[in-house]
Design a protein around this ligand. Structure first.
Ligand SMILES: Cc1cc2nc3c(=O)[nH]c(=O)nc-3n(C[C@H](O)[C@H](O)[C@H](O)COP(=O)(O)OP(=O)(O)OC[C@H]3O[C@@H](n4cnc5c(N)ncnc54)[C@H](O)[C@@H]3O)c2cc1C
Length: 289
């Protein structure tokens, strides 16, 4: 089907994009999720605001020794190929490499991946485990939101009307360079059923940080699992208990590819492997359980 008609603007700056979004516009980044929805007429925006000309939203900077700043319009392939990302936060490079096929990686953006709020999104899971913070701008100012709080529900972001995600700040250190991203995706280049990211603790007091996608209705930090592992060690029983705690507090995700119980089993296995590999240090991936 062809999209319903809409007005189209292609602003050259963040400020002009924010003005167009404040007028009720819908942001267009890589279009990998938005365009299919437009064609199905599942969304019918009156105004589409194309972000592709805004150079200030693109690229990766590490001016600060303590963090990486990644522009919202940075493509997945750019993240996958960036040498600083590869050495400082290899799990993010791995998550990008595992996102879709070459075409999706060439067009899809890290900001679009977060804003689309799909609970199985690769980059969101990696960013949550890394403790990344989103910088969100609007005509009247800006705010910073932990990526873990960017999701209100399945495919519903926590962005308010008129807001534009401009940058993601990824803290370095604290085990970030030893983090692991794992996923179970039956089809190569397909959206995973479940993915996990594990960043090992840095020191005796800080335990590992664990994020899970595809288990709950939103990508989440698995704090109950982290706590169980801190108290009982990284045993299968502790991980399972932590996942049960997560599911007691939040609604599980299910779709035709797997119910919540199946996803819980996958998450349990992947978290166990992630913890083991993060403790060992190698940068490996896992596509099948
Ligand atoms: C065949 C296929 C396979 C895929 N496989 C995977 C996979 O394995 N793993 C995975 O994680 N993803 C996968 N994806 C999704 C893809 O990775 C994109 O990341 C995702 O579609 C959104 O990014 P985008 O840049 O294309 O955003 P768009 O489609 O342009 O936008 C998505 C949504 O976010 C909003 N938005 C975008 N950018 C901003 C911004 N800066 N500020 C405010 N709102 C914004 C838009 O308004 C829209 O609502 C796949 C997609 C396809 C088509």
């Amino acid at each position: 089907m062809r999209p319903a008609s809409f007005e189209y603007v292609r602003p050259p700056s963040t400020a002009e994009a924010c003005r167009a979004l404040a007028d009720g516009g819908t942001a267009l980044a890589g279009g990998q999720s938005l365009l299919p929805l437009l064609k199905l007429r599942a969304v019918r925006p009156a105004l589409v605001v194309d972000l592709n000309r805004i150079t200030e939203l693109q690229g990766i900077g590490n001016g600060e020794a303590t963090e990486l700043a990644i522009g919202a319009m940075t493509r997945h392939q750019h993240v996958a190929d960036d040498p600083v990302v590869a050495s400082a936060v290899p799990l993010l490079a791995e998550a990008a490499r595992r996102t879709g096929d070459m075409q999706v990686r060439a067009r899809g953006t890290i900001g679009g991946n977060v804003c689309f709020a799909d609970p199985r999104a690769n980059m969101s899971t990696a960013l949550v485990a890394l403790g990344a913070v989103a910088v969100v701008e609007r005509t009247a100012g800006s705010r910073q939101v932990p990526v873990a709080e960017m999701f209100s529900d399945t495919r519903v972001s926590a962005l308010r009307p008129g807001e534009l995600l401009t940058r993601l700040h990824v803290p370095l250190g604290a085990g970030a360079d030893r983090g692991v991203y794992l996923e179970f995706a039956p089809q190569p280049n397909g959206v995973p059923i479940v993915n996990v990211a594990v960043v090992p603790g840095d020191g005796e007091l800080a335990g590992p940080r664990i994020a899970v996608g595809g288990l709950l209705r939103t990508t989440c930090r698995a704090t109950q699992v982290e706590k169980a592992v801190r108290l009982e060690g990284a045993t299968s029983a502790a991980i399972r208990r932590g996942i049960e705690g997560l599911l007691a507090d939040h609604e599980g995700y299910a779709d035709p590819r797997g119910d919540t119980a199946y996803r819980a089993r996958l998450a349990s296995v992947l978290i166990g492997r992630g913890l083991e590999r993060a403790a060992r240090g190698p940068r490996t991936t896992e596509r099948e359980v």
